[in-house]
Write a protein that binds this ligand. Structure first.
Ligand code: GLN
Length: 198
């Protein structure tokens, strides 16, 4: 099998670190800005999608401006393996408790999130999170938390009793940044889920 093509939404936020981490794991990262970039030269869609962190209300605005929001949402809803980090988790959520004016999310992950949920001591901090898949060394930067979730969602990690990582089918949403610490756990799982679905 050729290197899996992973589309990384590249409109705003921490794009480069995801691209470098994916490349180091043998994937072929594809920056996504325009809808046509969801489709590769062979006419196939990218094999997986990463929504990086940043500022979710800005990313939402740019997704609409570039016409990428709707096709990307459709790709994710069609069980494309997907990974959302922090603002990316917000973008995937069914509901944002405290959206910015006009801010919308994809509604493909059955959770309600609260933006900027963590107080000062974990506002921006590097820490080890125990996940159901093992320990992960990650960074929290004005991270959201999952305040409620539906029956199809599986909790993956908590920090200080707050839910910070979940999965639902092919989608994983995490409140923190593994790409800033070089933690490979989540990206390895994303690439494995492509192999399983292929
Ligand atoms: N606070 C940001 C938001 O609301 C998320 C921060 C991040 O992506 N690290 O989108």
């Amino acid at each position: 099998m050729s290197a899996p093509r992973v589309g990384v939404v590249a409109l705003q936020g921490g794009v480069r670190e995801h691209i470098e981490l994916l490349a180091s794991l043998g994937a072929s990262p594809v920056p996504l800005r325009r809808p046509e970039e969801l489709v590769g030269p062979d006419g196939l869609r990218v094999d997986a999608v990463v929504l990086p962190g940043g500022e979710s209300s800005t990313i939402d605005r740019l997704l609409k401006l570039f016409g990428l929001g709707e096709p990307l949402r459709d790709a994710v809803a069609a069980a494309q393996p997907t990974h959302g980090t922090s603002a990316g988790l917000n973008q995937l959520a069914a509901a944002i408790e405290d959206p910015a004016p006009g801010q919308e999310s994809f509604g493909v992950l059955d959770v309600t999130v609260r933006r900027n949920a963590f107080g000062r001591q974990v506002d921006s901090a590097e820490t080890c999170v125990e996940t159901v898949w093992g320990p992960a060394q990650v960074a929290f930067i004005r991270a959201p938390e999952v305040v409620s979730y539906g029956p199809s969602v599986t909790p993956v990690a908590r920090l200080h009793d707050r839910l910070v990582a979940v999965t639902q089918g092919a989608i994983t949403g995490i409140a923190f940044h593994p790409e800033l610490t070089g933690e490979t756990l989540f990206h390895r799982r994303l690439l494995e889920s492509i192999r399983v679905s292929a």
